[in-house]
Design a protein around this ligand. Structure first.
Ligand SMILES: O=C(O)CCC(=O)C(=O)O
Length: 384
C-alpha cells in the first residue's frame, strides 16, 4: 500500500525530539507486560487461561499471526477498493472517477473526516465528550488534501474480507471466553492512518452507559478486536494505559495535566505485525497519535459485549439514535455474526466454523440477497 501515497512526511515540529523518546520508551514498556502470543487453547478446547489472565490484568492482549497471507491479501484488495470509492472530497456524491461514492446513499453515520494530522474529537463535546483533551496536531504538508477519511463505520457492508475476519472461529471463541457464550455485537469500523495524514484519536474510555451501574466491573463495556493489515508501530498504533479498564471513569484531563503533556507516561503502544489481532478493553484509557510516520495503519476493528450489558439497556447514542435494546434488536444485529461465519466457511472451507450459541438452529447464508439486506446495518449497532 505504501506506493499509493507518496506524500511528504511532516514531523512533530517542536515536539519531535520528545515524541521520539516517548515512542521508544513506550515500546520498551510494552515488551515487559507478558500479554502477547498466538491464540492458544487447552486440550479441552478452552481459550488458555494464561491469555485471559493477561487480558484482564492489562486490559489488552495481542494475538500474533491470526490472519495469514491469503486473508491479508483479500483485506488489502477490499481496502484499495474502498479508498478508491471514497467521495472525491467531503460532501461530494461521487468518487474521483465520477462513480457514486461509497456511503453516499446511506443513512447511518459512515465516513468520518478530519484535517490531515488533526484531532477531530479531542477537547470537544462530540461522542458524549469522552475525548476531553486535544492531542498535539502536527502541521501537514502543503500538498496534503484539505480533509481525509480516517474512520469508516458499518464496514462489514463494504468488505467481505472484513466480514470473514468477523466470523473467525478462534476470535469468536475468545469473544465467548471473555463475554460469555451469549456475547453480542457492538459495532465494526476501519481505522485508516495514512502516512503523513492520519488523524489522532484523543485519549478516551469508550463506554458511556455503565460507569455508575451498581454491578459495574472491568468488563462492563466490552472490548474491541483490532486486526492489523500492515501491523502497527508506536508511531501509528493505538496506545493503552495498562490496567486502566479497572479504575472506573478516570479523569483524563487531570492525567494529562499531571503529566504536563498528552504523552501519558504509563501508556504503551500496541505493536503488531501484519495479521496480528489485538483485543482491547473499551474501558481502558486509549488513543492514538497523528501519523507522521512513513507507515500505513489499517485496523479492521470489531467489538463485542456481554449480553447482560446490553439487554434492556438504553443505548448511549454515540453511534446511532439512543434506544432501549430489546431481545429482538440484539437478535437482528447478531445476524452479522451468522453471515460472518458463513462467509468465512465459503472462503476457508477447511476450517471448523464457530458455533454461535444464540443463533443455534438458525441458518444464515452469505449470498447476494444477504448482501443487499445489510445496507445500513449499523443503524442497529449496540452502542453502550
Ligand atoms: O484505531 C485507533 O486509532 C483508535 C481506536 C479506538 O479508539 C477504538 O477502537 O475505540
Amino acid at each position: 500500500m505504501n506506493e499509493i501515497s507518496k506524500v511528504s512526511l511532516p514531523d512533530y515540529g517542536p515536539e519531535e525530539a520528545a515524541m521520539r523518546v516517548y515512542l521508544d520508551e513506550g515500546a520498551r514498556r510494552a515488551q515487559t507486560l507478558g500479554n502477547r502470543g498466538p491464540i492458544r487453547f487447552t486440550p479441552d478446547g478452552a481459550v488458555h487461561p494464561d491469555i485471559l489472565e493477561a487480558y484482564w490484568r492489562c486490559g489488552f492482549y495481542i494475538f500474533e499471526g491470526v490472519l495469514k497471507a491469503d486473508e491479508l491479501a483479500d483485506i488489502e484488495a477490499d481496502i484499495r477498493d474502498i479508498l478508491d470509492r471514497l467521495p472525491a472530497e467531503k460532501g461530494c456524491p461521487v468518487d474521483a472517477k465520477g462513480r457514486p461514492a461509497l456511503g453516499a446513499d446511506l443513512k447511518a453515520p459512515t465516513l468520518f473526516w478530519s484535517k490531515p494530522l488533526a484531532d477531530p474529537f479531542g477537547g470537544t463535546n462530540l461522542a458524549a465528550g469522552r475525548h476531553p483533551v486535544k492531542m498535539f496536531e502536527p502541521k501537514a504538508a502543503a500538498d496534503a488534501p484539505k480533509e481525509i477519511v480516517y474512520l469508516i463505520l458499518g464496514s462489514l457492508q463494504f468488505s467481505e474480507a472484513a466480514l470473514r475476519v468477523y466470523g473467525h472461529p478462534e476470535l469468536l471463541a475468545v469473544a465467548a471466553a471473555v463475554n460469555g457464550d451469549d456475547f453480542v455485537p457492538f459495532n465494526e469500523a476501519l481505522f485508516i492512518k495514512e502516512p503523513g495524514r492520519g488523524a489522532s484519536v484523543a485519549w478516551h474510555q469508550d463506554g458511556v452507559t455503565h460507569w455508575n451501574s451498581p454491578d459495574w466491573d472491568e468488563g462492563s463495556h466490552g472490548f474491541n478486536f483490532m486486526a492489523q493489515l500492515y501491523g502497527c508501530t508506536p508511531a501509528n498504533g493505538v496506545w493503552v494505559v495498562p490496567g486502566s479498564h479497572k479504575l472506573g471513569k478516570v479523569d483524563i484531563k487531570a492525567m494529562v495535566a499531571d503529566a504536563g503533556t498528552e504523552r501519558l507516561p504509563d501508556a504503551v503502544p500496541l505493536v503488531c505485525k501484519p495479521g496480528d489481532v489485538a483485543i482491547t478493553n473499551r474501558q481502558a484509557v486509549h488513543g492514538s497519535f497523528a501519523n507522521t510516520s512513513p507507515d500505513w495503519r489499517v485496523t479492521v476493528n470489531f467489538g463485542f459485549h456481554r449480553r447482560r450489558s446490553v439487554l434492556g439497556v438504553q443505548g448511549g447514542g454515540v453511534h446511532n439514535k439512543a434506544a432501549v435494546y430489546d431481545a429482538e434488536r440484539i437478535h437482528t444485529r447478531a445476524r452479522m455474526i451468522g453471515y460472518g461465519i458463513d462467509a468465512r466457511r465459503q472462503r476457508f472451507p477447511h476450517e471448523t466454523p464457530f458455533v454461535y450459541q444464540p443463533l443455534a438452529g438458525e441458518t444464515y447464508r452469505w449470498d447476494a440477497d444477504a448482501k443487499a439486506g445489510i445496507k445500513d446495518y449499523n443503524l442497529m449497532d449496540l452502542s453502550i
